[in-house]
Design a protein around this ligand. Structure first.
Ligand code: ADP
Ligand code: MG
Length: 465
């Protein structure tokens, strides 16, 4: 997906105000009635329609007149809201070239004012192969509504939390820097995905390190579930970094054994094919510790002592509601069950399709409230006023309005809503800030973020906002 950040520089305050109004409206409406956008944005001199036309032109909004005249955010609109929030927070100041296209994400370089380059991952759930979408859709068909933006936001928060926790427990992962909406900022990993590497100086060492990681993850209570040559980065010194964690599951998951075995099998298959390795002589000793293996040298899930870190339990207590967890877990499971191996990653680009347009985009939750400024507080007030008063707003087919968690909001009860918003806010602060207590500590990113020598490649500077 093209991310033309040049457009960002030409967007006015009003443009962002209206874009934010649409986002807020999407908490209760799949398609936000144009009139409601106007009332939430409440531009001083009117002109919301003109602004919406401009946002449409830049593909930040999608117009839908099938039931009534309304709008929803596109992924690009969502990208811009996240990028602007992170730039305002001072996390980065410029967006550079695209680093990678994942199955369900786009990765870009971003840079701070002083030239520190980091990686920005924009989650794009819903953009995937027909096959995977079908399996996910099978799960989704019993739901009355579904929202890719909401799930992308959950996936990003999940990945950010996992990355942070894994880093704290000494796993070789990127440094988790910040997270907003569907966007995760992390340190730039040097090197390449293992899939691009044709030769290794020490294939046995690399192999044992990688299998050792799968085992150590299980000891800490987690299974990666997509552990393959696309999600392992390796640098010139053959140092390994693992990436891509939104789909991880706990070792207590009912299919844990199957996922573990599949991760192990992916590594065995790849090393056997690419580096002609045979495994009888390897793996008895991983990370200096003996690991029980079966006859073929594969580590055995049942004999791993899964009590080193209880990371799975720590994480489940870290800011996700049980409902969020279940939501994303079911969705992801629909995907991982069918992504039998890394073979799926070889799906050609032209086989990929964006299903965003057909997708229902109802109920975007509001994690961005972490960064609420005066304007957002004002817009929130407008949302409450608009949604609480007697309204002629179109409703869903069944006459109800819904929010992102599929609970009915009691619009008459401001106190209740306020309580909920505060809860979301607190949850987001805990999850997004993680162990980071003070704002000042963000400066330490500069020391961790990666090579500053790449800064000249960063063309599109956003500091003019
Ligand atoms: P997906 O979940 O869509 O598979 P990934 O997290 O695996 O996305 O990222 C896709 C690609 O982007 C990777 O294969 C890698 O080439 C690149 N990439 C991802 N994260 C980083 C990073 N922190 N530093 C450098 N490159 C990265
Ligand atoms: Mg990946």
């Amino acid at each position: 997906m093209k991310l033309d950040v040049d457009v960002l520089r030409y967007l006015t305050k009003e443009d962002f105000r209206v874009l934010t109004a649409v986002e807020m409206g999407m908490r209760n409406h799949e398609i936000v009635p144009a009139e409601l956008v106007e009332r939430i944005a409440a531009l001083k001199h009117g002109g919301t329609y003109k602004v919406m036309k401009n946002l449409l032109k830049h593909k930040l909004l999608h117009h839908d007149a099938s039931k009534y005249d309304g709008f929803r955010l596109t992924y690009l609109g969502y990208d811009f809201l996240a990028i602007k929030t992170l730039v305002n927070r001072g996390v980065f100041a410029a967006v550079g070239r695209q680093l990678g296209v994942g199955k369900e994400s786009d990765i870009f370089e971003v840079a701070t004012e002083d030239g520190t380059v980091m990686a920005m991952k924009l989650h794009r759930l819903g953009r995937t192969s027909f096959r995977a979408v079908k399996s996910k859709r099978d799960y989704l068909k019993h739901r009355s509504s579904f929202n890719w933006l909401y799930l992308s936001r959950l996936a990003a928060l999940r990945e950010f939390s996992f990355m942070k926790a894994l880093e704290e427990h000494g796993f070789p992962v990127p440094n988790a820097i910040d997270c907003n909406r569907h966007c995760v900022i992390m340190s730039l990993v040097p090197g390449y995905p293992l899939v691009q590497v044709k030769q290794l100086a020490n294939p046995e060492v690399v192999f044992n390190t990688i299998i050792g990681l799968v085992v150590r993850l299980a000891e800490h209570g987690l299974i990666h579930c997509d552990f393959n040559e696309f999600n392992i980065m390796i640098d010139d010194d053959e140092k390994i970094t693992m990436i891509d964690f939104p789909q991880m599951v706990s070792v207590s998951h009912r299919n844990a054994q199957m996922y573990f075995d599949r991760d192990v099998e992916c590594v065995f298959k790849f090393f056997s094919k690419r580096f002609n390795m045979s495994f009888h002589e390897c793996t008895a000793d991983i990370d200096g510790t003996a690991v029980d293996t079966d006859d073929s040298g594969r580590p055995s899930f049942t004999s791993i002592a899964k009590d080193t870190g209880f990371l799975d339990k720590e994480l489940s207590a870290s800011g996700f509601t049980k409902k969020d967890q279940d939501e994303i877990a079911k969705f992801i499971e629909g995907g991982i069950k069918n992504d039998a191996s890394s073979d799926d990653e070889s799906i050609e680009d032209d086989e990929q399709t964006s299903v965003l347009n057909e997708a229902d985009t109802m109920g975007v939750d509001s994690l961005h409230l972490v960064d609420q400024n005066d304007e957002q507080i004002e817009l929130e007030r407008n949302v409450r006023t608009c949604e609480a008063g007697p309204s002629s707003e179109p409703e869903n087919d069944d006459g109800s309005t819904e929010d992102g968690d599929n609970e009915t909001v009691n619009n008459d009860n401001d106190a209740e809503l306020e309580k909920r918003l505060n809860k979301v806010r607190r949850r987001a602060v805990t999850a997004a800030r993680g162990g980071r207590k003070t704002f000042a500590s963000r400066n330490t990113y500069k020391d961790k973020g990666g090579k500053s020598s790449n800064s000249s490649k960063i063309q599109r500077h956003l500091s003019s906002w």
